[in-house]
Design a protein around this ligand. Structure first.
Ligand SMILES: [Zn+2]
Ligand SMILES: [Zn+2]
Length: 367
């Protein structure tokens, strides 16, 4: 079928809106009419060639929409169902077998290779392949095909255009708290960086009953939003060298949990140094390969844990419907951090996100 998609034709290129051909779903695949897709930093890094995804390529990995058709073997959803497309996993590696799909040992390759696992592409133009299947979905398009395992059915009374970001940034931030940290009511919590991932973690910390909840960032407007969403204390990092001391002071010796989302080594170090003994820092910030950080060994020896987390260590079929319920209960008002753009304005969305003007861009698809 013919679809409209945002295509990147070269490294550091821009997104161009083009008509493409999309193949038919295989027996285990689902065709989704995308209503809206969130945009992550990862899409821009993909555009710029960080992951060696071949060009021309279609990115996008936070797609939400309506099932239009299913393959003959699909039993988990039906045409008309509302769905969000989550991250891919292989299902057979040692980590998949121990129920840790987010740490799938093929996960990175399945996300970035631009083809299905068997090397086939989903999209083409005039008979020439377009590398698609980014995160096994490529949701910057009017339609996407995904394996049914990664397609999560959600309640149909939830506003679909708000749900796409649960697939990556929402699941990553909220899952880091609810699945990885598992805080108890009254546990202290600090988040470093309140972009879409950090704010999702902060809202989850509020749901878990954490207190105090400290937000650290360099933008006053984001810190103001963090307050609205549940932060009890905010610290603007600009011009300050005493952030760790401040957090120790207001928690009486350090936080039980810290969440690092900035991907900056100096901030990561602060997120660890802000911990109480036997506290845990979850690392979400995605730094380029080769980035190093130094810690005092003695500091780590006192029971402090650094835990790297991917995709919120979530089981999407269970966790994403929970997040949608939180949204519908008013406990996770993700719309507060979203800015909507038509697909045709995807380059403006990317630029405003890079400049920090937009926290979470969401692209509405033309239909
Ligand atoms: Zn696997
Ligand atoms: Zn993402």
């Amino acid at each position: 079928m013919q679809i409209t998609a945002a295509v990147v034709r070269e490294k550091f290129g821009t997104f161009g809106i083009e008509k493409l051909e999309l193949t038919d779903p295989r027996p285990d695949e689902v065709l989704v009419r995308i209503v809206a897709s969130g945009m992550c930093q990862t899409d821009q890094h993909g555009r710029d060639g960080y992951y060696n995804t071949p060009y021309p390529a279609v990115f996008g990995h936070e797609g939400a929409g309506v099932v239009e058709a299913i393959g003959s073997g699909v039993t988990t959803c039906a045409p008309g169902d509302h769905v969000v497309i989550s991250f891919p996993w292989c299902g057979v590696c040692p980590n998949c077998r121990r129920e840790m799909p987010s740490h799938c040992m093929q996960g990175f390759d399945l996300k970035m290779r631009g083809t299905r696992a068997d090397g086939s592409t989903l999209m083409s133009k005039d008979g020439t392949p377009v590398y698609s299947a980014f995160f096994q979905q490529s949701s910057f398009a009017t339609h996407a095909i995904a394996n049914a395992r990664f397609v999560v059915k959600v309640r149909n009374d939830a506003p679909l255009e708000l749900l796409g970001p649960f697939a990556c940034s929402g699941q990553t931030g909220a899952g880091a708290v609810l699945n990885s940290m598992k805080p108890q009511p009254g546990d202290s919590f600090a988040v470093f960086g309140v972009g879409a991932v950090g704010l999702s973690g902060l809202m989850a910390a509020k749901i878990a009953g954490c207190d105090p909840i400290v937000a650290v960032d360099v933008h006053d407007d984001r810190l103001a939003l963090a307050r609205i969403l549940g932060a009890t204390h905010t610290i603007n990092h600009v011009g300050r060298t005493d952030v760790v001391a401040e957090i120790r002071k207001l928690t009486g010796g350090g936080v039980r949990f810290s969440l690092e989302t900035s991907a900056q080594p100096a901030v990561f170090r602060e997120a660890v140094e802000a911990l109480m003994p036997a506290g845990t820092c979850v690392l979400l910030g995605s730094a380029r390969g080769g980035t190093e950080v130094a810690f005092d060994m003695a500091f780590l020896q006192f029971g402090r844990v650094v835990h790297g987390v991917i995709q919120g260590e979530s089981h999407p079929q269970v966790f994403m419907p929970q997040l949608v319920d939180f949204l519908m209960q008013g406990k996770m008002p993700v719309d507060r951090m979203m800015t909507f753009y038509p697909l045709a304005e995807i380059n403006r969305a990317a630029a405003e996100s890079s400049r920090g003007r937009t926290i979470k861009p969401v692209l509405r698809m033309p239909h």
